[in-house]
Design a protein around this ligand. Sequence first.
Ligand code: GRF
Length: 197
Amino acid sequence: MPHPKHIVILISGSGSNMAAIVQAAQQQGWQQQFGATVAAVISNRPDAAGLPLAQSLGVATQVLDHRGFESREAFDAALMQLIDRYQPALVVLAGFMRILTPGFVAHYAGRLINIHPSLLPAFTGLNTHQRAITAGCVEAGCTVHQVTAELDHGPILAQAAVPVLPGDTAETLAARVLVEEHRLYPQAVRDWLQGQP
Ligand code: GRF
């Protein structure tokens, strides 16, 4: 393959979406099909459960603790340096709980995607599931989108909806949405790879 397509995944927590993407890559043979591999998983939290999970799947991990930096700009600059060691074709945010600076977003323009647990443009930001229940939505879901400077905006690449059921709590609804996230995100990354030269 002339141009290996490295994917770098950023996490902060449990990393279940990361694992779904790594497993899809391995099981569906993205290396053979697209010349694509998940080159690294990077966490801003040293205690992220997704780190040992990534290692158990055979993926290199890195930690860059944001608490060691004086400003958002300084952290993002260091994060860019770390990511760029892998020369990524695609940077995947998977539960990465940091607001990114405009400079970071511009640097990865067109190759930076995120999954958000709502049917965007509804419910940007946090506590999406409780807000959907409180608003009386009959449907909730998740969205994969390109990342632009404005939080949880940017062109939508894929969406999946689930019903909101009577008696749902934020936890039961989140669990139902997460099942769809694990299906949708690998599919969206695969579609993105398929669209690349
Ligand atoms: C997911 O619901 C994702 O949409 C949101 O944070 C959660 C991360 O879960 N941004 P995980 O770390 O992928 O398990």
